[in-house]
Design a protein around this ligand. Structure first.
Ligand SMILES: Cc1cc2nc3c(=O)[nH]c(=O)nc-3n(C[C@H](O)[C@H](O)[C@H](O)COP(=O)(O)OP(=O)(O)OC[C@H]3O[C@@H](n4cnc5c(N)ncnc54)[C@H](O)[C@@H]3O)c2cc1C
Length: 425
């Protein structure tokens, strides 16, 4: 078994980073080369702006190269909750921004010629318990009525035709959701940004970002550069030197296992519907097939604030057990990959984007940013170029999480609370 991301392992790494020390003067510097930073840099470069993209590790190193590969429609909270939070007009705009992001990804892939197996397969949110059916049916009705008439309710019998599993009692189908190879998309976006003229540094962790008279001076171990504007696109991987943001987001680990490629017979017996799937537990699981027909199965597992060799191995064992609870027919199928990554959660689980503390930022996707990060990257590029009306989540208050200093010490208690809730019928 490999303890690395399947997406990293099966995509051609970006080869266009500069080997020079950090140097020169830029109009905009983008920190973090996940989907947010990559699309911000790509759009700025394409618009003729002199832009630097600076990544601590390698392109797609963070959540963008480690996620479950679901590009799902809408936010995971109910539309009613979003309406109560934002007010009706803004809630609609917020909700639709997830679909707009998927459309934007599809358009960029076509425009830049990125080969990443993009597919509109749809998503099922599965009822894990009979007691969850009523709530999910109400959610489905509300979505159909308020924002997305294409959403449908599937009965237990319908679900059984989609999935070779007795574990579920019905599901909400969102047909517009999509999937792709996340590593190929990340590396393809970096190729596109470089082709349009962005200068990309890998292996250059930003150690300081200091305001100077006409902008900012950014320093890494190799050197320093000047930039008029700075975009922070570091989400859950935000480092201590950006404390303002760390106090507003909690990094929570999520883990994934991937099997060996399934045979056509095994696919037919497990996921013949070939969509994105999530279940309705508080500590939920998500799964899908990879382009080469492996089962990718993920979840919060141990509910930890860290992803390292120890937490990944323990969580991988738990995930395999959870996978077999859903698909006992895969008992003899080997696990080829196991890894973890960090999700940047805000206290209210809504993302944030705008300008604060002198920087332009977009983050806090709360585990649901594989699609939205591309759109927010575009929004941040617009803000850097002086345009603010494209931001679907602008102007939201964002207070520090009480008693949170950057390391979420309270996570084990939260995990126990949700685990107990999941034990109830
Ligand atoms: C295991 C897992 C499963 C997930 N599954 C899904 C899913 O199926 N669907 C979905 O919608 N969302 C999912 N997500 C969430 C989604 O992947 C993220 O919301 C999204 O990728 C965030 O993109 P980003 O570009 O903002 O941040 P990231 O991709 O995390 O990129 C941030 C980058 O900033 C760099 N960085 C940090 N500090 C510095 C510094 N000081 N200097 C230079 N660089 C720095 C990091 O190295 C990192 O590469 C999942 C996340 C995880 C971890």
């Amino acid at each position: 078994m490999k303890f690395i991301s399947y997406w990293h392992d099966t995509s051609k790494a970006f080869a266009g980073a500069t080997r020079e020390p950090l140097s020169d003067d830029f109009e905009v510097a983008v920190i973090g080369a996940g989907f947010t930073g990559l699309n911000a840099a790509r759009k700025l470069a394409k618009s003729g702006v002199k832009v630097a993209l600076i990544e601590a590790e390698h392109v797609g190193y963070g959540a963008s190269g480690r996620n479950g590969g679901h590009l799902n429609s809408g936010h995971f909270a109910s539309f009613g909750a979003a309406k109560a939070h934002f007010g009706e007009a803004k809630a609609r705009r917020f909700w639709r921004s997830y679909d707009d992001s998927i459309d934007m990804i599809e358009a960029i892939i076509a425009e830049e010629g990125i080969d990443c197996s993009f597919r509109r397969g749809g998503k099922l949110k599965l009822a894990s318990k009979p007691s969850h059916v009523k709530g999910l049916q109400a959610m489905c009705e509300e979505l159909r009525r308020e924002v997305d008439p294409s959403v449908e309710w599937l009965s237990r019998g319908d679900v059984r035709k989609e999935l070779g599993s007795e574990a579920f009692h019905g599901a909400v189908l969102s047909p517009k959701s999509a999937m792709m190879h996340m590593g190929q998309y990340a590396n393809g976006m970096a190729d596109a940004a470089a082709r349009h003229g962005a200068t990309i540094w890998e292996h250059n962790p930003v150690q300081s970002c200091i305001r100077v008279s006409d902008g900012w001076r950014i320093t890494s171990p190799t050197g320093s550069l000047a930039a008029r504007r700075v975009i922070l696109a570091t989400d859950a991987y935000t480092t201590e030197n950006f404390d303002y943001y760390r106090r507003r987001m909690m990094p929570i680990a999520s883990f994934i296992v991937v099997t060996r490629p399934l045979t056509p017979e095994e696919v037919a017996a497990t996921l013949p519907g070939n969509r994105n799937y999530t279940n309705s537990l508080n500590i939920a699981n998500y799964f899908r097939l990879t382009p080469d027909n492996r089962l990718l199965f993920g979840g919060r597992a141990k509910f930890s604030a860290a992803s390292n060799q120890k937490t990944d191995v323990r969580s991988g064992e738990l995930l395999r057990k959870q996978m077999l609870d859903v698909f006992p027919q895969l008992a003899d199928v080997e696990i080829d990959y196991c890894w973890g990554g960090l999700v940047g959660c805000t206290q209210d689980r809504y993302p944030r984007a705008g300008a604060a503390d002198g920087l332009i930022y977009g983050m806090g996707y709360s585990g649901h940013g594989a699609q939205l990060s591309t759109l927010i990257g575009s929004v941040l590029a617009d803000i850097a170029m002086g345009r603010t009306d494209t931001n679907p989540i602008g102007g939201m208050d964002w207070n520090a999480v009480p008693l949170h200093t950057g390391k979420p010490w309270f996570l084990p208690m939260v995990g126990t609370y949700y685990r107990l809730k999941d034990m109830l019928p």
